[in-house]
Write a protein that binds this ligand. Structure first.
Ligand code: ZN
Length: 246
């Protein structure tokens, strides 16, 4: 960690992305916090133009500050999409200051927007880790989770409905079958009753043949038959014949 004079309102500390610059005292909105400095690179010089690192701060078409030097404490300031500071560029003086654009509380990390070019080149490929972007990502993840849960609940409701429908259809089928079986059983019971009724009747007839009815029609015809057999009916003819012979 670099040593920073105690009269400065910041310190280097651990941040979400590695190291960062943190306020140690309240910093009022509009205050110059720190100068971003380093050797000036001239784009007209081939040697300067060949230098490539993450800490280059372009002042204009010609001049660029190489902020990769160890003494440049401002290089610890991380990028943020919704920052509490900004880079105040003075191209004619070839100087850059980091200035507070909000009141910053002790303990708060100081950051500024690195700009579109840097963002596209270095942050977009790995995903910006600033608080605003993390918040956005968190929200998106929560939304995705909620959407997933919603779809799951929907699928479950659908499955339940289907199961209920199936159960209902099964029950209807079962009821129908039961009704059919009951109707069949009823028919069979009726038929049995009828059959039993017939055989009972036959018994009764048999009884009457053996008993009471002998004195009735059946009895009469039986008398007739007996009479015929015994020749009683032939008697008048016999009588006539006897009379003729006499
Ligand atoms: Zn961001």
């Amino acid at each position: 960690m670099p040593t920073i004079p105690s009269n400065k309102p910041y310190r280097v500390g651990r941040s979400l992305t590695g190291l960062g610059l943190f306020a140690t005292k309240p910093i009022k909105k509009g205050t110059k916090i720190i100068r971003y400095f380093g050797p000036l690179l001239d784009s007209k010089k081939k040697k300067d133009d060949a230098i490539e690192n993450k800490y280059l701060f372009e002042l204009n078409d010609r001049w660029t500050i190489d902020g990769s030097v160890r003494k440049n404490i401002a290089r610890y300031i991380n990028h943020a999409c919704k920052p509490n500071a900004e880079s105040d560029v003075k191209p004619r003086k070839r100087k850059v200051f980091i200035r507070a654009i909000k009141n910053i509380e002790p303990g708060e990390e100081i950051n500024y927007d690195y700009g579109t070019d840097y963002f596209k080149a270095y942050l977009k490929p790995i995903g910006c880790k600033c608080t605003a972007c993390e918040k956005k990502r968190k929200k998106k993840r929560a939304e995705a989770r909620a959407e997933k849960a919603r779809l799951k609940a929907k699928a479950e409701r659908k499955a339940l409905k289907k199961a209920e429908k199936l159960a209902k259809a099964k029950k209807q089928l079962k009821d129908k079958l039961k009704q059919k079986l009951e109707a069949k059983a009823e028919r069979q019971a009726k038929l049995k009753l009828k059959l039993n009724g017939h055989s009972n009747g036959a018994k009764a007839n048999g009884k009457s043949l053996n008993g009471k009815s002998l004195n009735g029609h059946a009895g009469k015809s039986a008398t007739k038959m007996v009479a015929a057999k015994s020749g009683i009916l032939a008697k008048p003819q016999q009588l006539r014949e006897t009379r003729a012979s006499a």
